[in-house]
Design a protein around this ligand. Structure first.
Ligand SMILES: NC(=O)C1=CN([C@@H]2O[C@H](COP(=O)(O)OP(=O)(O)OC[C@H]3O[C@@H](n4cnc5c(N)ncnc54)[C@H](OP(=O)(O)O)[C@@H]3O)[C@@H](O)[C@H]2O)C=CC1
Ligand SMILES: O=C(O)C1=N[C@H](C(=O)O)C[C@H](O)C1
Length: 255
């Protein structure tokens, strides 16, 4: 049976993955989190601080920790020749370069959202953006719990990438985030992002396509972290045995 190691094991997602694995009868090799958080978080899941040791004793790793931990986690997986699913968000260009480098020697799946619903939504957004002309403005609104530290969310960026792909442009050229003050009129062709934070919201995303006289709204609401946890486990099981390279959820879900 495939044994999964978890980076960020003591966190909200780490605990959700341990719970989902327990329900599905999936083996957890163990977890890693910050020094001082060692112990047993979920029944049977020991948590330590040695990423290299966890990689050696796991068949595949899942990372829901922090961008700051990414380099060490990737190094551990490359050294042990183990595949890794990266769900951590807030990644910048330098992190993506590290992922590309690791994907030369191991299988790496990186995604801003592991749920089926969001990945199907991304396909719908890409199709809508492709079919609608440039006179349709695209705005992405997301809301998350008060503890979230990055914005826009990884999912909002994933949806923005899908919209940009549909339009045949690069998101980096069109992204407008966090409007405030005298902003001037909306720049034609831009893709806007707005982030709300509060309470315990697991993750709400809405993509609004608006033109003169009409508006389309496509959205997704996560009702709990269980959907992310189940998707991450499914991705990890799929990734074992894949050749070195960089993957996303579309291949896992057959989208
Ligand atoms: N792709 C997807 O589908 C989803 C992605 N996410 C993303 O997953 C990540 C984790 O989310 P969540 O579980 O809510 O966050 P948490 O803060 O609850 O969990 C992260 C855990 O990783 C630990 N950690 C942080 N930095 C390090 C480090 N350098 N070394 C080792 N451990 C570290 C944290 O410790 P400490 O608390 O001490 O900082 C914490 O225990 C976020 O980036 C989030 O956006 C979340 C849900 C779904
Ligand atoms: O931090 C979270 O909680 C979530 N993060 C991911 C994101 O940034 O999109 C996925 C999900 O929305 C929950």
């Amino acid at each position: 049976m495939t044994a999964i190691g978890i980076f960020g094991a003591a966190g909200r997602m780490g605990q959700a993955i341990a719970a989902a694995a327990g329900e599905a009868g999936v083996a957890i090799a163990g977890g890693v989190d910050r020094d001082g958080r060692s112990g047993e978080i979920a029944p049977g899941m020991a948590i330590g601080s040695d990423a290299a040791a966890l990689a050696r004793t796991s068949d595949v790793l899942i990372d829901f920790s922090s961008p700051h931990a990414l380099a060490a986690n990737l190094d551990a997986c490359v050294a042990a020749r183990r595949p890794i699913v990266i769900g951590t968000t807030g990644l910048e260009a330098a992190h993506h370069a590290l992922i590309d480098a690791a994907a030369q020697s191991i299988a790496v799946l990186q995604t801003g959202n592991t749920s089926l619903g969001v990945n199907l939504l991304a396909a719908l957004v890409e199709d809508a953006a492709r079919r609608l002309g440039d006179d349709w403005d695209i705005e992405i609104v997301e809301m998350h719990h008060r503890h979230k530290v990055d914005a826009p969310s990884g999912t909002a960026l994933l949806l923005g990438e899908a919209a940009a792909k549909g339009r045949g442009i690069a998101l980096s050229q069109a992204k407008v985030s966090g409007r405030d003050g005298i902003t001037g009129a909306r720049v034609a062709g831009s893709i806007g992002f707005a982030a709300l934070r509060g309470g315990s919201v697991a993750g709400d995303h809405q993509v609004i396509l608006a033109t003169e006289g009409e508006r389309i709204e496509l959205g997704h609401r996560a009702e709990s972290r269980a959907i992310f946890a189940r998707g991450a486990i499914r991705a990890a099981q799929w990734l074992v045995g894949q050749p070195a390279g960089r993957y996303d959820m579309k291949a896992v879900l057959g989208l």
